[in-house]
Design a protein around this ligand. Structure first.
Ligand code: GMT
Length: 377
């Protein structure tokens, strides 16, 4: 199949999912065209089936806001015609589903009917999309998609609660490429770069936005390090990072925390991690937690959104109410208290992650694409 994938190219869950999906589809022989404003961070182009088309929005003094949707829909039209693309798969409703729908209409005018699959990722529904400024356009473009998927049952329920959606929404969970972890020659790295032998390594990875509750992570770690020797790896960058750095200084624990910023070496860090923290306010799925579990890392998370669908309480880690940092710290200590318990949780985390292996999830997308293409055949 010839598929155009529209996504955000940045360090964010939806972009990662879209990129990994496209790369695996390309390995399986499909022709994949990534269409976005810069090269996705995890996109390796060394595959004849992978193409990347950049959307350019030239500056013009009249524009206060650059019309990205317009440029994106025009690019989609051009690329569909040039490469005879058979299907659009847009990730994140805003503004991709809207731009995709415009492209569909323009193509229809020229006698080309192309199906569009929209994948809802989370904040496009729960935080941004349901803002009154965007809601009518988001509702419209979801309803005009040929097929809609969401990354968890919880997100599907939220979508129906928050929007008047007439379409069926199919749940296709996020996935992980487990073989990559087993075969990656670059890991493990030198553990001593991060911690001493006797210290447990605790990690958080995100884009440091408010929704991730970064101060909770510091509070949980503060309580942990009072009881056992430990180090905290903070990976990623975003608006909450600087505040977190100050908080660590105030608490006098700055020597026990490494702020890496955005990193392309997440796998190396996870390969030595003992525990992952994700106390988010809301999380439609929690891909970061799954990536940790795929490295046999148990997870302490909140119980919001789709997290209970990924992190199984008492098995792959523990879940608590949002903001209950005391309980989260106690549960962390329960897991870390001795090697045997930690080992049991590590084994469990990996075995839960296996359910989300790309080999199990990708056929669900392939089946949906076939159905979508058939719709206009
Ligand atoms: O929240 C983020 O870190 C980024 C955001 C995105 O869209 O890039 O992530 C959302 O999509 C991910 C992939 O489907 C999910 O795993 C995350 O849970 C979801 N984030 C939220 O719902 C807050």
């Amino acid at each position: 199949m010839k598929i155009a994938i529209v996504c955000y190219p940045t360090f964010g869950g939806s972009g990662v999912v879209a990129t990994e999906l496209g790369l695996e589809l390309a390995r399986r022989g499909h022709e994949i065209h990534f269409i976005t404003y810069s090269q996705p961070v995890r996109l390796a182009l060394l595959n004849p089936n992978v193409h990347y088309h950049e959307v350019n929005v030239p500056e013009y003094p009249l524009f206060h806001y650059q019309p990205y949707e317009l440029a994106l829909s025009s690019k989609l039209v051009d690329m569909v015609k040039l490469y005879k693309i058979e299907l659009l798969h847009v990730h994140y409703a805003i503004p991709h589903a809207y731009a995709g729908y415009m492209a569909k209409q323009m193509l229809k005018d020229e006698g080309i009917n192309i199906p569009m699959v929209t994948t809802l990722h989370g904040t496009d529904i729960t935080l941004v999309g349901n803002h009154p400024f965007y809601k009518p356009a988001v509702t419209f473009s979801i309803n005009k998609s040929d097929f809609v998927t969401s990354v968890s049952q919880s997100l599907k329920d939220d979508t129906h609660k928050l929007f008047n959606i007439k379409n069926e929404i199919e749940v296709i969970p996020n996935f992980i490429e487990l073989d990559k972890n087993l075969n990656d020659p670059s890991t493990p790295c030198n553990r001593s770069v991060m911690a001493n032998k006797n210290e447990r390594i605790i990690t958080h990875i995100s884009n440091f936005r408010k929704v991730k509750r970064i101060p909770d992570i510091i509070k949980i770690f503060y309580n942990i390090q009072k009881e056992i020797p430990a180090k905290l790896m903070m990976v990623g960058d975003g608006p909450e990072k600087e505040k977190a750095e100050y908080l660590c200084q105030e608490l006098g624990i700055q020597d026990k925390i490494i702020f890496f910023g955005n990193s392309n070496e997440i796998d190396k860090i996870l390969s030595y991690t003992d525990l992952f923290l994700l106390p988010s306010e809301t999380e439609s799925f929690g891909l970061a937690a799954l990536e940790a579990m795929a490295w046999s890392v148990p997870v302490i998370s909140s119980n919001s959104g789709g997290l209970p669908e990924v992190n199984f309480d008492g098995i792959s880690g523990y879940l608590s109410d949002v903001g209950n940092t005391d309980e989260m710290a106690q549960n962390a200590l329960k897991i870390l208290k001795d090697d045997a318990t930690l080992y049991k949780f590590k084994e469990n985390a990996l075995s839960v992650a296996k359910q989300f292996d790309i080999k199990n999830i990708l056929p669900l997308y392939e089946a949906l694409y076939k159905k979508a293409i058939k719709k206009y055949a």
